[in-house]
Ligand binder design. Structure first.
Ligand code: NDP
Ligand code: MG
Length: 381
């Protein structure tokens, strides 16, 4: 039995992970769960999965859970999340919180030399260099959960590192694929939240509609696979069946395919290097998808990838600014404080005004992240 800890068990990735574990309960045991404010769902999950430890973001939730459960250890707030990252009994920790808030707990888990099933891409974007330096020192392993990176991870098993010519990330194109700048000027939050293929949390759904998500994934791929930015390509593939591909030096391309269901990459990160049958995962019927198509990215309209390449290639502190500015811009858009296209403007402006510095410790990452957030909140709220 492997002990699983889930950071963000009440979210889209978290609940998918619990569905897998419910089926494979002879293989996996839930050790710890965390949520931010949704203590009611967390309480339900506690009753079903019986974890030894939980953490909740809010005081209100903490009080409720303390009253309800007296035989488990309950933590609260940011510190609580970090404590859960430190648990010795964990075998695999799934990082499925949304945003760079997951960074500290991930770092604790690396120091404890755990397997990290990484969904939380913002962590790798903001802290990638530092995380990679820790991975040289500690015997932790990161298995990607993001569907593109899981696909790349699986496809990379077909060749050697030096035989890789390009990593080709696929993307659905998001809710507004094919639309122009005029159309995007006045789009509403509800429209941006309607993703054609994937059902996900709000933040990543907005990121998909701006293609910032694909941009974050470019940086994530660079950090996870140690590949030059010049060797990372993006192609739009509206059906989301090919989850990404690796082109090798002999021009052979290896792709990973499947229905668009996050349960596949989540489970693979749990079972790797093995695979397991699971009745709840649907097979791919090629006849239903007889038309797989590919398009170029329209960088003039959707600037998310271009901005990410700039942040990634500049490196040092720039990816932290890119990520933090985006997190706040998305929050502002979701709260109707700014318009859709302002998201790009805010990120670009923050990056242009940033004085780049070297980043080789956690304190510096957190400080830059905090500064950008505070500045934008002051300006817009
Ligand atoms: P959701 O918004 O659905 O869930 C986020 C989870 O994190 C919830 O459990 C939430 O708790 C918790 N959380 C949010 N903010 C905080 C905080 N400040 N402190 C502690 N916990 C917090 O997100 P998703 O599941 O969609 O995404 C999670 C991560 O996985 C993101 O980094 C995303 O980019 C990545 N990812 C997601 C994919 C998907 O299909 N959804 C695909 C690929 C990557 P509560 O419910 O209480 O608010
Ligand atoms: Mg993805």
């Amino acid at each position: 039995m492997k002990n699983i800890t889930i950071l963000g068990s009440t979210g889209s990735i978290g609940t998918n992970a619990l569905e897998i574990i419910r089926e494979l309960n002879n293989e996996f045991n839930i050790l710890a769960l965390t949520a931010n404010s949704n203590y009611k769902l967390l309480a339900k999950q506690i009753k079903e999965f019986n974890p030894k430890y939980v953490s909740i973001g809010t005081e209100e939730g903490y009080k409720f859970l303390k009253k309800e459960f007296n035989d488990i250890e309950i933590y609260c707030g940011k510190e609580g999340l970090r404590e859960i990252g430190k648990l010795d009994e964990t075998d695999i920790i799934l990082t499925a919180v949304s945003g760079a808030i997951g960074l500290e707990a991930t770092i604790e888990a690396i120091k404890k030399e755990k397997r990290i099933a990484l969904a939380n891409k913002e962590t790798m974007v903001a802290g990638g260099d530092y995380i990679n330096s820790l991975l040289k020192k500690y015997k932790a392993e990161i298995i990607p959960v993001d569907s593109e990176h899981s696909a790349l991870f699986q496809s990379l098993l077909s060749g050697k590192d030096k035989e890789v010519k390009n990593l080709i990330l696929t993307g659905s194109g998001g809710t507004f694929r094919g639309k122009d700048l005029e159309f995007l000027k006045n789009v509403k939050v509800e429209d941006a939240l309607k993703h054609p293929n994937w059902s996900m949390g709000k933040k990543i759904t907005i990121d998909s509609s701006t293609l910032i998500n694909k941009g974050l994934e470019v940086i994530e791929a660079h950090q996870l696979f140690n590949i030059d930015y010049d060797k990372i390509k993006v192609v739009i593939h509206p059906q989301s069946i090919i989850h990404s591909m690796v082109e090798f030096v002999d021009n052979s391309i290896v792709a990973q395919m499947g229905v668009p269901d996050m349960k596949i990459p989540i489970q693979y990160a749990f079972t790797y290097p093995n695979r397991m049958q699971n009745e709840i995962i649907e097979g791919l019927d090629f006849m239903k998808y007889s038309n797989l198509t590919f398009e170029e990215v329209n960088h003039k309209v959707f600037r998310g990838i271009e901005l990410a390449f700039f942040a990634g290639k500049t490196g040092k502190s720039m990816p932290i600014v890119f990520n933090a500015a985006n997190e706040i811009a998305v929050e502002l858009f979701l709260n109707n404080k700014i318009k859709f296209l302002d998201i790009y403007k805010i990120i670009e402006n923050e990056m242009n005004n940033h004085n780049i510095i070297n980043v080789n410790n956690l304190e510096t990452i957190l400080e830059i992240d905090r500064e950008v957030r505070a500045k934008l909140r002051r300006e817009y709220l």
